[in-house]
Each structure stands twice: as C-alpha cells, then as structure tokens.
Design a protein around this ligand. Structure first.
Ligand SMILES: Nc1ncnc2c1ncn2[C@@H]1O[C@H](COP(=O)(O)OP(=O)(O)O)[C@@H](O)[C@H]1O
Ligand SMILES: [Mg+2]
Length: 286
C-alpha cells in the first residue's frame, strides 16, 4: 500500500510574454489551479523550472518566493475573497499596508479604485456592493501593487452573464493599458477575449493557439454565429423586429458575430502572427 503519486502537471512547457492576455482552459482536475499556483509563486514545481522576469523561482525558499509573489503577482478569485467588515478602500489598501504605510497605501488604493470605476463606492463594505462591484474591488486590490502579472482563477464564475461581460471588458481595458493577464475559465465566451488559449488535460498542455486559430474555439464561434442567423431568420419571417430583450443573449450574440468576422478576416489574410515579440516575462519549462 502507498500513496499514489499524482502528476498534477506533466511536461508543461510555456513561454508567456509581457502584455499577453492568455486564457487557460481544461476540465476539472486537469491541472489549471496547480499551474496558476506555480505561475503565481504560491507553489514551486517539484521538478522543472519556472523563471519569472528572469528570476529562477523554482530555486527560491519560501520567504523569497513570497516577496516575488507580493511584488509581481495580482490574484483575482472566483469568490472575490474580500474582508467583509472592511470598506472597499481598506480592502484595496491591505496589500500595501506593511510595505508602504498608511498614507501611500491610501493614495494608491484610491487610484486603483478609480481605475476600475469605483471612485464613488470607496467607503462601501462588500455586502453593500453588487457581485460585479465586489469583483471590481478585488481587481483593484490585485492592481494596487502594480504587479507584472494579473492572475485570475475563474473570475466570472460567480457572476451573471451581463456582469461577467463587464468584468471581461475591464480586463480588456487593463490589457490595452499594458497589463499581462492570465485567466482560468470554463467559458469559451470569456476566453474569446483573450489573445491565446492554452488547453490542459491530465496535467499536459494539449493545445496552445492564438484564440482565432484554436479549433475548439472556432467551433464555438461557428455555433454562435448560426444561432444569430436563426434569430435573424426569425425576425425576417415575422416581419417585425423581435425584441431580444435578454441583454446577455444580446451581448453574447453580438460578440459571437464580431468573432466570426474576426475569424473570417483572419482566414482571408492568413495572418498567423503571435502577439508580443518582446523579451520573455515568465517562462515555465519541464
Ligand atoms: N494538494 C494536492 N494533493 C494531491 N493531489 C492534488 C493536490 N492538488 C491537486 N491535486 C490533483 O492534481 C490534479 C490537478 O488539480 P487542479 O490543479 O486543482 O485541477 P483544476 O484546477 O484544473 O480543476 C487533480 O488530479 C487533483 O486531484
Ligand atoms: Mg481549479
């Protein structure tokens, strides 16, 4: 009898560039959280190397690893993980309190809350905020230390689809401003906003493609596009513009339409450029 060894990750070889927006996908148990924990310096791989901004984190002791984590990584979780009795401002100040002191922490927290559009909600506690606003506070908290990488594990898992779209729009805005983002998600809809999709199965990377070239994702886009077509036909046949009153359907069909156009444009020009030619930011190798 013995304990069976699980290879939570096996032979993963990834190279993520500065200012990339990557979606990590895969079934439950495929190793997504294990990968995020290594990328986020919460764990070290039992073998192999992980270099973050040139720093060999696999060689670091716990204390050094924690310092790298505090400086380089901003975490966002599915369940927000805010302190319930503290205001939005205090929640966002918290990561800076020890290193920066009260005055600087407050100033930077206010700026971070402004960046996510919550300047008028700073003194609210989490239970006085909507789900989407809570997640914005969590995004501000992740941003406040100006991390190299924003790591989000299922950040829209607890949100309805309209709110989820808002949070993803916020990620896109941050990405446009230069932020490197790695997001774990089950939803193709969410992944559609990333530049690149890495799929895991049994701890292995089974595909790693620019989003518009990812075969599974293209199937999703095609299916969504045909849904739109059916709806359009519906409208034609009834000779009256049918009200698509569910905003979430509206949003996702609109996005799918955009995506199908993007994919077509990509086919037409057969551009296969990978985003980011700048030096490697984080490298993980077996
Ligand atoms: N602390 C642990 N001890 C033993 N096995 C673990 C531990 N954490 C995760 N695993 C196993 O590693 C595999 C990957 O898990 P995880 O990274 O949590 O997957 P995901 O996030 O994709 O659902 C699973 O088989 C899981 O059971
Ligand atoms: Mg997980």
């Amino acid at each position: 009898m013995g304990v069976e060894r699980v290879r939570a990750l096996d032979g993963v070889d990834l190279d993520i560039q500065r200012n990339e927006f990557v979606a990590i996908m895969g079934a439950s148990g495929s190793g997504k959280s294990t990968l995020m924990n290594i990328l986020g310096c919460l764990d070290r791989p039992s073998s192999g190397i992980y270099t973050l901004n040139g720093k060999p984190t696999h060689k670091m002791r716990a204390g050094a690893l924690a310092r790298v984590r505090n400086q380089e990584i901003g975490f966002i979780f599915q369940s927000f993980e805010l302190l319930p009795r503290q205001s939005a401002l205090k929640n966002v100040m918290l990561p800076l309190l020890y290193s920066k002191g009260m005055f600087k922490a407050r100033k930077r927290a206010k700026n971070a809350l402004k960046r996510v559009g919550l300047e008028t909600r700073m003194s609210h506690r989490p239970n006085q905020l909507s789900g989407g606003q809570r997640q914005r506070v969590a995004v501000a908290r992740a941003l406040v230390s100006e991390p190299s990488i924003l790591l989000a594990d299922e950040p829209t898992g607890n949100l309805d689809s309209t709110t989820s779209s808002e949070i993803i729009a916020l990620f896109k805005q941050l990405h446009d401003e230069g932020q490197t983002i790695i997001i774990v998600t089950h939803e193709e809809e969410v992944a559609s906003h990333a530049q690149r999709i890495v799929r895991l199965s049994d701890g292995k990377v089974i595909s790693d493609n620019p989003t518009a070239e990812d075969p599974l994702h293209r199937k999703f886009v095609t299916a969504m596009a045909s849904t739109i077509q059916t709806q359009v036909q519906d409208i034609d046949q009834n000779h009256i513009p049918k009200q698509l009153d569910d905003t979430s359907t509206n949003n996702s069909t609109k996005r799918a339409h955009e995506l199908s156009q993007e994919t077509e444009a990509l086919d037409a020009s057969s551009i296969h450029t990978m985003p980011g030619t700048k030096p490697a930011r984080g490298v993980i190798q077996p």
